[in-house]
Design a protein around this ligand. Structure first.
Ligand SMILES: NC(=O)c1ccc[n+]([C@@H]2O[C@H](COP(=O)([O-])OP(=O)(O)OC[C@H]3O[C@@H](n4cnc5c(N)ncnc54)[C@H](OP(=O)(O)O)[C@@H]3O)[C@@H](O)[C@H]2O)c1
Length: 258
């Protein structure tokens, strides 16, 4: 199946490793030019070299996506370099601090929102005008399985800021998708279960991994490439009637029916 990604330009936030890198790699393999951002220049440079092996144009920008002005700069530099922006993958995020509602200070709640919600919010607002002008676009927001089901598994019961800030991405996904559907722009959320990445399950002790796997019917971690391929499909011409969707990729982890 030709995904129709040749000549498209994709921007992935947090693209130097893990799910972001795998998404950029999968789209580059399908012929897209890609821009990736991350904070560490060293990791970014390594990722850019690997992505270039697929033969398309690649741009790396060192930036902190929790800062609004940085997000605007990344989008601006991508459009300036490639003359367009067709696909945006909002991938930056993660657990900020474990604890219940009052265990986190107001500043910590704000930092969690900046990491998981505003990084995507500002990127979508910055990218949409150029997509609307071209009357084509794809936005993929990376949430999490525990953004659909608060807590979700014993290891996440105390990551409530993560569940909450990833949950409101589902609402953001829905409202943006309805507003831009007639501009031929699709917007979807991807909710991964435990995925073997350097920053998450790839670096945890075996006992911790075994504990979470008790809740995963497939009995294994997901691989970052499996998520990357889903992102590439959602970014493609082939996914043209999928919008406002929330798609699990979790080995059967989530329990609810609708
Ligand atoms: N892995 C999982 O099991 C899993 C499950 C569900 C959802 N997710 C979600 O998937 C996304 C990626 O997770 P991952 O496991 O792939 O993470 P990861 O392996 O830690 O990779 C994170 C990437 O984002 C970059 N990054 C982090 N903070 C950034 C910031 N403030 N500004 C710019 N770049 C930043 C990192 O580079 P620098 O550190 O150099 O900035 C790196 O390239 C997150 O939103 C996470 O919540 C992951």
């Amino acid at each position: 199946m030709d995904l129709g990604l040749k000549g498209k330009v994709a921007l992935v936030t947090g693209g130097s490793q893990g799910i972001g890198f795998a998404s950029a790699q999968s789209m580059a393999r399908e012929g897209a030019d890609v821009a990736v951002c991350a904070r560490s220049e060293e990791k970014l440079e390594k990722a850019v070299q690997q992505l270039k092996e697929h033969g398309t144009e690649v741009m790396g920008t060192a930036a902190d996506a929790t800062e609004k002005k940085e997000v605007l700069r990344i989008v601006d530099e991508t459009v300036k370099r490639f003359g367009r922006l067709d696909i945006l993958v909002c991938n930056v995020g993660g657990v900020y601090k474990r604890g219940h509602f009052m265990d986190l200070t107001e500043e910590e709640w704000e930092a969690s929102l900046a990491l998981n919600f505003y990084s995507a919010f500002h990127a979508c607002r910055a990218a949409l005008p150029t997509m609307m002008k071209n009357r084509w676009g794809r936005i993929i927001i990376i949430s999490t399985a525990v953004g659909r089901e608060l807590g979700g598994a014993p290891l996440f019961h105390e990551a409530i800021e993560y569940s909450f800030t990833k949950n409101i991405l589902l609402a953001l996904n829905k409202i943006i998708s309805k507003g831009v559907a007639r501009d031929n722009i699709t917007v979807n959320c991807v909710c991964p279960g435990p995925i073997r990445t350097a920053g998450a399950w790839g670096s945890r002790p075996k006992e911790t991994v075994d504990t979470v796997l008790q809740d995963v019917p497939m009995g294994r971690l997901g691989e970052q490439e499996e998520v990357g391929d889903l992102v590439a499909f959602l970014a493609s011409e082939r996914a043209s009637y999928i919008t406002g969707g929330v798609i699990n990729i979790d080995g059967g982890f989530l329990n609810y029916l609708s």
